[in-house]
Ligand binder design. Sequence first.
Ligand code: GDP
Ligand code: MN
Length: 462
Amino acid sequence: MPSIRRSKRLLLLLIPIVLFLIFLTLGHYEKLPPQISPEWSFLSLGNKFNYSYLGSNNTNSVFPVMSTYEELGFQLVPEDVKFQYINKMGKKGSPKDILKINMDKYKSLMDQEIHEPKDFDMETIRPPQDPKSYDHASATIVSLVRGAEAAALGKSIVQFEKKFNSKFLYPYTFINDVPFTDSFKERMRKYSLAPMNFVTIPAELWDKPESIDEAKERKAMDILASKDVSYAKKASYHNMCRFYSGNFYQLEEMKKYKYYWRIEPGVKFYSDINYDIFKYLEGTQKIYGFTINLYDIDESVETLWPETLKYLNSEDNYKYVNVNGAFQWILENQQLPKKNRVTGGYSTCHFWSNFEIGDMDFFRGEAYTNWFKFLDSTGKFYYERWGDAPVHSLGLALFADKKDIHWFRDIGYWHDPYANCPNSKGTLDCEKGLFSRWDNLNDQNCMATWVDDAIENPEKIY
Ligand code: GDP
Ligand code: MN
């Protein structure tokens, strides 16, 4: 029977093909890094979680990596997520020696002459002829401020307008927990031709949640205050930190925008900026920009890292961690090792959030939102004094790709007592390379650790 013979032949042909395919599949599994379960990889490649805000190539990078926990310094396994500092640069010595190494590195970075970023065609984002009819990016300048700070904020805005915003006229969003007075509004309008919106925060986004146990809070704050933690007993400061950590981007008036640039009363801007900062972020797909990078008061964030680890190790939250996160920056323990001892392993390095330029879609995304909700549920914006700066920074270090976080080296900036003062032609009135006006605060600088972890080639961007 010819037809049976044909199907036998077909079967004989199929067997080696099937065997070959099985062999290929097994080979592929072998190539998976041992610390990342196959389930994790497929989950992240599937549609269960939307990674699009992380930009391109995030998930692909999982596959070629072949390293151990000891080599990588992290492990993303369900209910067994862990991190360790691996001293990539092989720095050796006492904290004093390390400080010297890191300060020298900072100095050599700051000695370098700074131009505009090189990773985007700046000619396409120059100031328009007429900023009023300009096609703006979806962005606002935001300032949470008290009415009594009008004069100090005015000074900052005058500089900000001169250096940047008069060329673009991005709108301002002023935010307050109580309504702004008419005289405040009139005064602000004198400083800029840009549109201005004055927003009163709804109580549910600002006030201390009812779930906070006030007796427990008082006791905890007495202890923090006895350790000289600034603002420990200032109730409004805790509200402010919680608001900026998790709620500002949920205000109706902020939901209109994708990007924000935060400014504060009393800050200074030293550099002439001749390109659209927001379109630079948009064009490069970066999600966050900073100028100053420093250590925090460890007692204020004593359990922020352990609580975060608890979160990452529950349910399938491990899947939110970005394999290209800035883990080593948040784990560093050589310059100020006491920080890590107090915080259960967090260096306390953070972006100083009084200056920040960011993409709110990152904060509104599933990864950051779920984590913030968990943090809020611990009550520790009140039982400790978690700041919005370490919270933003940990979120970014864990859930974003470090290549999408940008040090605006070209923007000279001051918030007492620290500065970013670049060696550039367009920078005036600050001392080039100065980090703090107090020498004894130089050990608070965490920039070298950031560069070591996150910027492969600092000359490439500037
Ligand atoms: P520091 O930089 O950590 O010392 O804190 P600031 O006192 O500068 O506060 C950070 C920002 O939040 C500033 O822009 C303040 O104007 C603002 N801020 C702090 N507390 C309050 C508050 O209770 N109400 C309002 N409306 N703004 C606040
Ligand atoms: Mn401030």
